[in-house]
Design a protein around this ligand. Structure first.
Ligand code: BGP
Length: 476
């Protein structure tokens, strides 16, 4: 018997820039994702200053969903998806971001996509900003370091919330908004379009940009509810619980602070206010941030309806010599291996029980419905002699996570809306910019060099997940 509620949203998740391709079709403008080259499995992606001829920009074609979507939606329907999570590319709607009028061809593309999904009984779940924004806004305005972004983003959001008011019910504002708190160049650029210059304080800039994003998010939540009171609008957090390396109280305290430092953006979006420890941190560090009374008022009223989150791995932390009193060493935590866990080919710790922990942690802290909008295993897939990918390792990963998710619902009483495995159709990895880090239940014939027929084929995990959906998670 199923342990999950009726109407549970089984689905699959992707993001526009990682799978659509068509980077310059239908009047689309250049986005920040379009100026990121492929990296390698050990080397970070390069962010170029505008387009550089001859560079390999894997997001440009990606898997060309733009020209394959009718065929793909058919496959999604065959899988039995109840919902499909993707993002709207801001640059299809406002190619530069600061125009007055939207681009009709871009709006029409999503109309056609949503109509096709709905005709197959698949509910669209839409992220407004998934690691991309118009590159023009970065060049001309400096990205989210500039308060002007709030106005541009709200304008973009108004256009799409109004246009799709009767087609899309589930929305999220910023994908993995807390991803930038790690303070590396990649996190700051993909989330906020910010490249740090030598004379800037990365930490202060991150807090400022994130503040503007939360204000924009709150304004959009409020506006969305006015446009259609039926809308469910969530935040989207990257969730990776941090455990203490030892039972030493200072390690436990550090793990706790690491969690606080990872999820204050959820505090703001769910509770409508900054946590006390962070207000004090700003004071102690003399960060004179641009946070106005009007901002705080909008944060208080623009709280979200649910928490969408990604879950891939857990982490471990331990104290270092001369640990500061506030335990804050952003981006400098030594990596500690968890001896209890195995790792993926990319070194991500595989921790199904951590998903149950995460669900409980969010549920207790915010008492809101939750939605697992990303989870999955990035792996090298090889075809067997029969020409099929027998990805038992992926089935094993998903099964163990779904088991823990069901315990969280059935035993712990967590309110869970749905589960959408990440990259359920192979796509470009956000981190490496490569194709060979595959998450899909559907294989796409394309390699890291950009060569392939783009043919879609079902992996073994496709049939397995189809059965899981058909039994509402009873038959794993
Ligand atoms: C999340 C992002 C996704 C996705 C996923 C897997 O951080 O929201 O866009 O790519 O991680 O990461 P990667 O592609 O680097 O394996």
């Amino acid at each position: 018997m199923s342990k999950l509620p009726n109407g549970f949203l089984w689905g699959g998740a992707v993001a526009a820039h990682q799978f659509e391709g068509g980077w310059n079709k239908g009047g689309k403008g250049l986005s920040i994702a379009d100026v990121m080259t492929a990296g390698s499995n050990t080397q970070a992606r390069e962010i170029t200053d505008g387009l550089v001829p001859g560079k390999n920009y894997p997001n440009h074609e990606a898997i060309d969903f733009y020209d394959h979507f009718h065929e793909d939606v058919q496959l999604f329907a065959d899988l039995g998806l109840k919902c499909f999570r993707t993002s709207i590319a801001w640059t299809r709607i406002f190619p530069n971001g600061d125009e007055n009028e939207p681009n009709e061809a871009g709006l029409k593309f999503y109309d056609d996509l949503f109509d096709d999904l709905l005709a197959h009984g698949i509910e669209p779940v839409i992220t407004l900003s998934h690691f991309e924004m118009p590159y023009h806004l970065v060049k001309e305005y400096g990205g989210w370091r500039n308060r002007e972004m709030i106005r541009f983003f709200v304008k973009f959001a108004r256009v799409v919330l109004e246009r799709y008011r009767n087609k899309v019910k589930y929305w999220m504002t910023f994908n993995e908004i807390n991803n930038q708190t790690g303070l590396n160049e990649w996190g700051l650029f993909t989330n906020s379009g910010i490249k740090i210059t030598a004379d800037e304080d990365a930490e202060k800039l991150m807090y400022q940009a994130a503040h503007y994003e939360t204000v924009a998010s709150a304004l959009v939540v409020k506006m969305g509810h006015e446009i259609n009171p039926e809308f469910k609008i969530g935040c989207m957090m990257a969730m990776g619980p941090t455990y203490p390396a030892t039972p030493a109280p200072q390690d436990v305290m550090k793990a706790e602070r690491t969690m606080q430092a990872g999820y204050w953006l959820a505090d703001i979006q769910c509770k409508g206010k900054y946590p006390n420890w962070l207000k004090r941190y700003f004071e102690r560090h003399h960060f004179a941030l641009d946070i106005t009374e009007a901002d705080l008022n909008i944060l208080a009223v623009g709280t979200v309806d649910y928490i969408g989150f990604s879950y891939y791995a857990s982490h471990v932390t331990k104290t270092t010599d001369n640990e500061p009193d506030d335990y804050m060493t952003p981006g400098q935590n030594p990596e500690v291996k968890n001896p209890a866990l195995e790792r993926s080919d990319w070194g991500w710790e595989i921790d199904p029980v951590g998903l149950r922990y995460a669900l409980n942690w969010f549920s207790d802290r915010y008492d809101l419905p939750l939605f697992i909008v990303e989870n999955g295993l990035g792996a090298f897939d090889e075809k067997d002699a029969d020409g099929k990918i027998h990805d038992d390792y992926r089935i094993d990963y998903l099964r163990k996570h779904i088991e823990q998710m069901e315990l969280a619902v059935d035993v712990d009483g967590v309110q869970l809306m749905g589960y959408t495995p990440w990259g359920f159709i192979d796509l470009v990895s956000a981190g490496t910019g490569q194709m060979d880090k595959r998450y899909g239940l559907i294989y796409v014939d394309k390699n890291d060099a950009g060569v392939g027929t783009l043919k879609r084929e079902k992996k073994l995990s496709f049939d397995w997940f189809k059965k899981v959906i058909a039994t509402n998670g009873a038959d794993l």
